[in-house]
Design a protein around this ligand. Structure first.
Ligand SMILES: [Fe+2]
Length: 150
């Protein structure tokens, strides 16, 4: 079920994804709108997921069935071990890592801390997020988005 908090997170991620797209795609208005849409759709699977870990695959499958072009990005979001990250997936993951569970903006460090507090430092969710942070910050594209560092 998509809760009110989750809904605020979704909207926050959509706006952050659009902001990052503006930087990354040199103010291409279409890309900005498309990244907003991807952000709006990225957690749709929560509406039908029984367990948290199912939501990306569920949402991705739903979007694939209905013909949405970026279904793979939704399917793979939050997975730090994915073999390749398209620009869209990279931006989406960056946005997801800088927006909190209620839609508040935060640094990746704060986000990691927050997840550690909620699920425990040794939880799979926290370890997965730490790996994601490492993967994103090591990527050459990271510097284009967060020139002031994060
Ligand atoms: Fe998600």
């Amino acid at each position: 079920m998509i809760t009110e908090d989750r809904w605020n997170h979704i909207l926050g991620v959509a706006r952050q994804a659009a902001r990052l797209a503006e930087k990354f795609f040199s103010a291409d208005a279409n890309k900005k709108q498309e990244m907003f849409l991807l952000g709006m759709l990225h957690d749709v699977g929560y509406e039908f997921a029984v367990e948290k870990r199912q939501h990306a695959a569920l949402g991705g499958e739903l979007l694939r069935r209905t013909g949405y072009g970026c279904w793979r990005e939704v399917y793979e979001h939050g997975n730090p071990d994915v073999s390749e990250m398209s620009d869209e997936l990279f931006l989406l993951n960056c946005a997801d890592m800088t927006v909190g569970p209620k839609g508040e903006m935060m640094t990746m460090e704060e986000r990691l801390q927050e997840v550690g507090e909620r699920f425990g430092r040794e939880s799979d969710a926290c370890k997965k997020m730490a790996r994601m942070r490492e993967r994103l910050t090591e990527d050459a594209r990271f510097g284009l988005l967060f020139d002031e560092g994060l």
